[in-house]
Design a protein around this ligand. Sequence first.
Ligand code: FES
Length: 352
Amino acid sequence: MSSQDIPEENLPAEQDTEPGAVTVADERNPFADPGLPPHEHRIQDIDERAARRSERTVAMLFTLSMLATIAFIASYVAIPKDKSIYVFPIGHISALNFALGLTLGVALFLIGAGAVHWARTLMSDVEIADERHPIEAPPEVKAKVLADFKTGAEESQLGRRKLIRNTMLGALALVPLSGIVLLRDLGPLPGTSLRHTLWSKGKLLVNMNTNQPMRPADVAVGSLTFAKPEGLEEHDENFQVEIAKAALMIVRLQPDNIKDKRELQWSHQGIVAFSKICTHVGCPISLYEQQTHHVLCPCHQSTFDLSDGARVIFGPAGHALPQLRIGVNADGYLEALGDFEEPVGPAFWERG
Ligand code: FES
């Protein structure tokens, strides 16, 4: 049924004037006739039964969306996490993820479809013109601004007092240079200070919590222990600086799980010692995932694989964590077999 089939007396009243005709009101308002085509009524505008049909369609789409959301919740509760299904052409995927994605997608789609159908069939579709004024200033305003500027320049005597003008320009040009001096506060550059730590051959590994030298038996598989060099005490003047460079993470892995050859050689019965300082910008690393042997830096989520030379597997860090070579002394205590062989901490200025 189109608007032509409707008896004329049923049609809503249109405006009396022809499009483009100028009225008294129009003379005051240049936007009254923006040249839009005349409005055509939709079937829903003139036939209440058609409007009712559209209303029911929109309601049905919203109702189906509600059902899809209920199916989403039911899937979450009912489908086991480890169940998989075959979906062509993707292959085997988690049944739970598939159901959640499908039901949520359908629910959102139906809300969108209902809203679009509502807007197209029932909401007002009368086009209106929005008034836009030219952005450019009228010539008389531009002339006034220019004249004001000239007057101001003359009154300030900038053209006549050349000495003032030149020194002012010089001062304005030089003042930004003071920012360069502030750059010094970003330093001092670390130089070679990060290349040397308190670790040296024979230094015992001391548990940071108990303050006791560590034996291999103290390190359980899967645990993460923090260690410092013997002789470094909290009341020492340089404690903060030295601990920031020398802090260690001690982890015991199954030797079979160590993929990196050098790491295995530098370990003792699977006990490995790595710098605790992240190679991104130097945050202390503290999160250890026993199953994967990954450690995570809490600052920007750099992740290192301790079973593979502590190489970076995720995040902004540019280098693996430095490893300390360790062994056991004659008394059965864990000891360092030298200093780190590469600088600890942030890597961006140190390494080529
Ligand atoms: S400091 Fe560790 S990721 Fe940024």
